[in-house]
Design a binder for this molecule. Structure first.
Ligand SMILES: O=P(O)(O)OC[C@H]1O[C@](O)(CO)[C@@H](O)[C@@H]1O
Length: 460
């Protein structure tokens, strides 16, 4: 069976300053409590992400809307930020051709999909000037409906589209994904008679990749979302035990937690040896950081890296810097494509290069992964290994659900609520005050009334 494998031996290696089995045994009861706590919230209907693979109606609605858009348009712009963008981007990165958007339509098998997830006008203006608006539709994705970055993009694009194609043309081009129960976008959907897919109240943004938030762009790009969800369901079914050695996501959460609190390894590096999982690293960073970084000063720091690229960048720090990191190395056993490295006649007499001849690039990447793991452990740095047989919708679905469940359990182990993000609100309030949002005057005044900066500390 094609399934994800987790190997935590590298976290128990004495040479790597790893854990003892007794550490894990001592965590059995807290791990079970974390599992039970999550399951209780799930049963109460508070936290719904683990049940998304079973939501056939949501999946079908996403597929149907994607198919409809695909018949009429060539480009899809996904307007969203954070969890309303990163999940879809991770799925497309993992499963589509690396240059999906550059391929001709007959080789793409779906729409071109863009994720302009920032309110940086330079990028957004360039994107709008580049795509053919006639052939472009857009999905405005925001659970709250009020995210300034997303809604600013929506309002800019809406104006252009209405100016060129009229209200009817706007209605054809714009779809929404939002919470059907609350938020201003729900009201706009009704007022403007826009098609909207629901994002249930129990699905937090960063846990929404298997909801219409991730499924709509994935289906639009041609990903087999049924297989993606089937893989997620398979992984969820493997995680129905509160016994740490019977539940892979619970074991992963437990080992990372123990390495933090017992060994001071509070920087958690996720390092896939596959370019296709680069964006998944960004998705994981939001998942782990927003879920676990909570008052009062709790939480590990997630870091994303990519092998072998980061062997020539941050690896030096991981290898010899502070003993505060654990590296999860992700292997994809069978690369999507393979290239044999030829040995030109003139190179054979250079032993520094000749050894490469006849190997495949996949063999090189795999040797680097094995070697880097071994070197890290020998240097006193613990590692964890995750392996996928290959990158396909089922295995990627497994990986997504694995990391989501691990995050939920880790919340219990750290004693924090993994499903809120109060810390991001303070900055939003100040920004909205500066922009003149009614009711936010006191935040503007507080910001502008802050003690004057010391000019001696400003150079330039
Ligand atoms: O989907 P929304 O409500 O626009 O939120 C976008 C993102 O903003 C946050 O609320 C804060 O960064 C994230 O949790 C969320 O994924």
């Amino acid at each position: 069976m094609e399934r994800l494998t987790l190997d935590v031996n590298g976290a128990f290696d004495p040479a790597a300053g790893g854990l003892a089995r007794a550490d894990l045994d001592a965590l059995a009861a807290p791990a079970r409590a974390a599992f039970d706590g999550f399951e209780a919230r799930r049963r109460a209907g508070e936290v719904g992400f683990a049940d998304l693979p079973a939501d056939a109606a949501a999946a079908e609605a996403s597929r149907a809307l994607a198919a409809e858009l695909g018949r009429r348009f060539e480009n899809l712009l996904v307007l969203g930020i954070g969890g309303s963008s990163l999940g879809g981007r991770a799925v497309l990165g993992a499963l589509c051709h690396p240059f999906h958007n550059l391929l001709p339509q007959d080789r793409r098998g779906g729409l071109r999909v863009f994720f302009p997830d920032n309110s940086d006008p330079a990028t957004f203006a360039a994107l709008l000037d580049t795509v053919d608006l006639e052939r472009t539709c857009f999905a405005t994705v925001t659970k709250s409906g009020g995210t300034a970055e997303t809604m600013s993009q929506h309002m800019v694009l809406r104006e252009r589209v209405v100016a060129r194609f009229g209200e009817e043309g706007y209605r054809e081009r714009c779809v929404l994904v939002t919470d059907p129960q609350r938020g201003v976008l729900r009201q706009i959907a009704a007022d403007e008679r826009l098609r909207a897919l629901p994002l249930g109240a129990s699905i937090g943004g960063r846990f929404s990749v298997l909801s219409p938030v991730g499924l709509l762009p994935a289906a639009a790009a041609g990903v087999d979302t049924a297989a993606l969800l089937a893989g997620a369901a398979e992984l969820e079914a493997r995680c129905r035990s509160g016994a740490v050695l019977e539940n892979p996501a619970l074991l992963y959460a437990a080992v990372l937690h123990l390495l933090d609190v017992r060994r001071g390894r509070r920087l958690h590096v996720l390092m896939p040896y596959a370019d296709a999982l680069r964006d998944l690293g960004d998705w994981f960073v939001q998942l782990w950081a927003e879920s676990l970084g909570k008052n009062p000063g709790t939480g590990p720091t997630p870091i994303r890296a990519v092998g072998a690229t980061d062997q020539h960048s941050s690896l030096q720090l991981m290898m010899e810097g502070p003993h505060d990191k654990v590296v999860t190395l992700v292997r994809v056993a069978e690369p999507r494509a393979e290239l044999t490295i030829p040995l030109p006649a003139g190179y054979a007499r250079h032993p520094d290069l000749a050894y490469l001849g006849g190997h495949t690039m996949g063999e090189l990447l795999e040797a680097e992964r094995r070697a880097t793991g071994a070197a890290l452990r020998k240097n006193g740095r613990p590692t964890i290994s995750i392996e996928l047989p290959r990158l396909e919708p089922r295995t990627v679905g497994q990986l997504l659900m694995f990391l989501e469940l691990a995050t939920a359990y880790a919340g219990g182990l750290y004693g924090v609520n993994a499903f809120d993000q109060p810390g991001v609100e303070a900055g939003k309030r100040y920004a909205q005050g500066l922009l003149g949002r009614p009711g936010y005057e006191k935040y503007r005044d507080e910001l502008l009334g802050a003690p004057a900066a010391d000019p001696a500390l400003v150079l330039g």
